[in-house]
Design a protein around this ligand. Structure first.
Ligand SMILES: Cc1cc2nc3c(=O)[nH]c(=O)nc-3n(C[C@H](O)[C@H](O)[C@H](O)COP(=O)(O)OP(=O)(O)OC[C@H]3O[C@@H](n4cnc5c(N)ncnc54)[C@H](O)[C@@H]3O)c2cc1C
Length: 390
């Protein structure tokens, strides 16, 4: 079986490694020759580190987090100490680690942008932007949130199925400027999203993300700059004074993140076993709609598709739905209540922080939510039980 994987991010690279290790001939395409600092917080949850041993033990540099500071829109805050490792990766580093694993396992990396695909006589024909052509038996779209393969395979996401995020990767010369083992998360007033500050080895990733078109990029920038100003006033001043998006110390980024609505989860079909194609990772929409966490689901979906391809008996659609589909659908269902809902007269996120400050049970729930260990299917029940105790 010759498999073409378009996109060498975490999803594509992991699938390439698994299939190559098991005897498939794999072509792994990416438009970029070298892994780069993608727009991403790089937060890798405890659950992901526990399940994917190569993340824990790989040679790539990561920042381990000892404190997560969660701040409400009102400024009320609570700090939680993750019970197990929670890591922040530079995306250049994470993608390098994963791409190298794939090539070591035997995948052939092709630096090219896939421009056209066509199904001819039971095979897939791929045409690169530079004119080169390749033929394969099975086609995998791992080309990220704004996948070009997805619409070609008949799947359309609507604007409501996305979050928009922007921010700056900030370098400061003074390490005392920030506590490298602490991450900050700040909820916003009446918006489905949050601000983050995630420290990496040599910079901090500051970002803000909300449901697409909920706020203009200018509004998002202004809100994030207020947050940065409170922590790094000299950098905020530098950005505000500049006529460019990026400055000497701050590299600007902006990108879409899938955040599928319930109706989209209900009709989502990301493969066709008869036609020999499948989507994984962001291309398939596999991101937590509430938190925007996608790295875990990128790697997990690659693992499930590898199982389906290698055994030829397992159904990929059934596997992803059972493994995480129901939970992500539940997150989509809860999104409005999580971000706009009220609990005892206050925004839900404010109450969560307030209760977490005073009640160990709620603090543990918040901790597990951040660690990826609290599923959405049982979240309401657990919070309700804690609320009753309070
Ligand atoms: C602002 C922001 C913050 C985020 N923060 C977090 C976080 O803290 N934690 C977390 O878990 N997730 C986070 N995410 C989500 C996370 O980045 C994605 O879920 C993850 O990168 C998905 O991996 P992937 O392999 O599916 O896609 P990607 O990593 O996007 O990889 C897709 C690859 O496809 C290549 N490609 C695209 N088109 C073509 C083509 N035509 N031909 C060849 N190659 C092509 C691209 O070059 C790219 O390398 C964030 C996302 C954003 C935008």
């Amino acid at each position: 079986m010759k498999v073409a994987i378009v996109g060498a991010g975490p999803a594509g690279a992991h699938l390439a490694a698994l299939l190559s290790q098991n005897g498939c001939e794999v072509l792994l395409f990416d438009a970029r020759e070298k892994p780069w600092e993608k727009p991403c917080g790089g937060g890798v949850t405890t659950k992901a580190l526990r399940e994917f041993e190569f993340l824990q033990n790989g040679d790539s540099e990561k920042q381990l987090v000892s404190t997560v500071r969660v701040i409400g829109a009102s400024g009320r805050e609570v700090s939680v100490q993750p019970k197990s490792d929670f890591a922040i990766y530079s995306r250049a580093e994470l993608d390098r680690l994963m791409r190298e694993r794939a090539v070591k396992a035997g995948a052939e990396f092709v630096c090219a942008r896939v421009a056209r695909i066509a199904r001819e006589a039971g095979k897939w024909e791929l045409r690169m932007q530079d004119g080169r052509e390749f033929v394969c038996d099975f086609l995998v779209g791992a080309d990220g949130a704004t996948s070009k393969l997805r619409p070609k395979l008949g799947i359309e996401f609507k604007p409501r199925d996305f979050i928009y995020g922007l921010g700056w990767h900030i370098k400061t010369e003074n390490p005392a400027d920030w506590d490298a083992s602490r991450v900050d998360i700040k909820y916003l007033t009446s918006s489905a999203g949050y601000i983050w500050a995630f420290p990496r080895a040599d910079h901090i990733s500051y970002g803000i993300a909300v449901k697409y078109q909920e706020r203009t990029p200018a509004q998002l920038k202004a809100e994030l700059l207020d947050f940065i100003e409170a922590q790094l006033p000299h950098i905020a001043r530098e950005i505000k004074a500049s006529t460019h998006h990026s400055t000497a110390h701050a590299t600007f980024y902006g990108a879409m993140i899938p955040s599928l609505v319930v109706e989209s989860w209900d009709v989502l079909k990301v493969s066709d076993a008869a036609q020999h194609w499948a989507l994984i990772g962001d291309a398939a929409g596999f991101v937590d709609p509430i938190t925007g966490e996608g790295i875990y689901y990128a790697i997990k979906s690659a693992e499930l598709l590898a199982q389906a391809i290698l055994t030829r008996t397992k159904d990929y659609e059934g596997l992803w739905r059972a493994e995480f589909g129901a939970d992500l659908r539940r997150a989509a269902e809860m999104l409005d209540r999580f971000y706009y809902g009220k609990f005892l007269g206050q925004p839900f996120t404010e109450r969560l922080i307030q209760f977490a400050r005073h009640h160990r049970g709620v603090r543990d729930t918040l901790n597990d939510l951040i660690a990826g260990d609290q599923d959405y299917l049982s979240l309401k029940r657990r919070l309700f039980r804690n609320a009753l105790k309070i």
